[in-house]
Structures are given as structure tokens and as C-alpha cells.
Design a protein around this ligand. Sequence first.
Ligand SMILES: C[S@@+](CC[C@H](N)C(=O)[O-])C[C@H]1O[C@@H](n2cnc3c(N)ncnc32)[C@H](O)[C@@H]1O
Length: 395
Amino acid sequence: MGRLPELVVNGYAEQWVGRGFPWVYPKEVVRGGGRPGEQVSIVDRRGRVLGRGLADRGFLAARVFRHADAPLDALWLAATLERARALRRLVVDEATDGFRLVNAENDGLPGIRVDRWADWAVVTLDSDAMVPLLDDLAQWLVDEEGVSGVALCYRPDPRDERTVPPGRLLHGEPPEAPVVVRERGLRFAVDVLDGPDVGLYADMRQVRALLEPYWAGARVLNLFAYTAAFSVAAAAHGAAHTHSVDLAAPVLERARANFALNELPTDEHLFEAEDTFKALDRLRRRGVRFDRAIVDPPSFSRGKATFSAKKDWPRLVAATARVLDDGGLLVVASNQGELSPKVFDGAISDGLRKAGVAGQLLWAAGQGPDFPASTVFPEGRYLKVRVLRVASPAR
Ligand SMILES: C[S@@+](CC[C@H](N)C(=O)[O-])C[C@H]1O[C@@H](n2cnc3c(N)ncnc32)[C@H](O)[C@@H]1O
């Protein structure tokens, strides 16, 4: 192999890459670089090698995969994947086969996520600059994990303006029916060819686990329910009634299918295709009340903010608190990495004040341990979950 193209970075990037940060921004490049997907040697202005990466264009100039002067080859990739797998063997319970195997930057593979869905693996790339690693990655998944199929999809960073390449199959035959995965013994159907949102958000598994003791006999409102994983978990753990609201009717069909998969009769479980605010308004006017509410809105729709922390969060929290009975539990989640915990907590506090109720924070949680966050990559801690008890103040 000839000499690698060099990407010379400024003093700022030198410090960050030196600490293990995996990104080089275009404004940090002094000179050099490569075509997207090309291996580059990342060097400081004195020519000292800081690491090895894959060049890109768009919002990143390169992703750094090794913080050493060493190749991005199959041996290195296998060692990195084995480390990722060892963590999952430690933290994923036996009754779960839908989990994240590789969490991108946080597992030493920037821009690459791998989710296991039963005997399938879904690889999600942030850009096609990582395509050169795909053959070795898919081979490892087949040989070492024994998967029967590997699907590829893309999820570009919202800061990246480029169009998303279509997903494709990297190994195996398209499944004839939805793949059924287990989460803590419950069953959920996922569409592995429709990644990255296949039908179950595994990053919330620990939150569902945390809430298991609190569903018995409860009336549960699940807002932005998607395929209703929270409602299924609630019903399976004894909830008296669940009400799942989502704007998209097709996801509610999948929600019903998830109830059926778990042999949960749907007589006491409602599915409403409606806008959350409209549903909340009607419930309040009719005097319908709940003991538990889950609020987990989408953060972005392809680069455009859907919810504004300042405006929409307090309104959403207030409207939800108004249909909770005294002493009810409110679960609020945001997967918007850019929203700081401080601003999020402030918005919750504003919302509860607006509704005239007092709040007690029971837990502050985040993504589960199969979604680790590297300590040198603050962007890795994106999920914020708050479990609060709301109460009318004593008069
Ligand atoms: C992040 S997902 C929720 C994930 C879900 N809580 C879970 O854990 O599986 C967001 C969902 O919000 C729905 N949605 C978006 N805007 C909505 C609105 N205004 N009212 C109701 N649902 C909405 C989308 O259809 C999507 O299914």
C-alpha cells in the first residue's frame, strides 16, 4: 500500500483528537485530506501522527477510528467488535435479544451503529464514508455472531445536508414476516428492512425495566406511543387500562400486533390515532384521568426541530399533568442530544407550575448500558428521561 493521504489538523483538533475525540471538523483542517471513505493519516502541524481515520465531506472532514499510527484492517475491526460484544454479554439480560451491539463513537466505531434483532443485525451508517468497512463488518457478524441476515440503512446527522442513500441487504434473504424479538421476555415485531426505526427503541429498555413495579392496577396514558412498547410492558405487568396515542395510524396497527404477540387481550387497551395536544385537550374536557403517563415525543424530523424546548415542552408537560390524578407518575423523555439536561429540567418545572401541580423527581435516567456514552464524547449522552410524581399542593 502506498503512502496514506495526510490530513493536517490545527492545534485545537490536535488537543481533542489527542484526548480520544473521534471527529475532525472541516474548519480544523490546515491542509490535506482524502476522498470520502479514504483512509487518512491524521497528523499535527509538526507531522506527528495522531491517528487513523476515514475522510468524509459534509459536516465532518474525518472520523478518527484509531488513535495510533496503525491500519483500519480486519484484525483491528474484529478486536473492536469483540470488545463491544463483551460489554453486551455483561449488560444485556438473557430474556432480551433486541439490543445495540455497537454504539458508534462510544464503541470506537464512529458513525457506525449495529443493532441485534433476534437472528438479524441492522447496520446504521451516518454517512457512506464508512462503506469501506462494511464487508469485514458483515463477515464478522455472520461468522462470530451467527446472524442469518444483515441489513444496512443510513441515518445522517441532522447537520448533514446530503441525501440519504437507500438501505440494502448485506447478507441473507429478506425475511418473509416481521422479525420477532424479545425484550425482558416480552415479544415485539420489528421490520429489519425499515431501519433505523424498525419498530422498537431498545435505548428505552432500562426505563421500561425501571417502571415494571409501578404498573399494577394503573390507568396508563402513552403519548407518542409509536408501536406501544410501553403500553405492552404496562399491560403485561398488570396495568388496568392503557391508552396509546399516536398521529400515525399504521404504527398503531403494529401496536395492536404487539399486544397480540404477547397474548394480551385488547379490550381494556385503547389505540387512538390523533395529535397528542388534541387528544389531551379532549381527555381533560371529558374528565378522563390517569395514574401514569409517558411522554416521549420525536425530537427532529430530518433536520427540522419538531418540538421547541422553550415553547412546546412546558405546554406538553402541563397538558399531560392536567389529566393525571393526584400522586400520579409522569415519565418524560427527550432523545434530543442538543437539549441540555438543565434546559429540559427547567421546561418540565415550568410545565408543572403552569398546570398548578407540584413535582417530585424520582429518577433521572438515560439510555441503557448497551448504549454506552464515551467519556470523551459528550454527544453520546443524548437520552434524558425523568420520572416524576405529581401532586396537587396541599392547601
Ligand atoms: C420517538 S417515537 C416514540 C417512541 C415510543 N415512546 C417508544 O418508546 O416506542 C415518536 C412517535 O411520535 C409520533 N408523533 C409525532 N408527532 C405527533 C403528534 N403531534 N401527536 C401524536 N403523535 C405524534 C410519531 O408518529 C412517532 O410514532
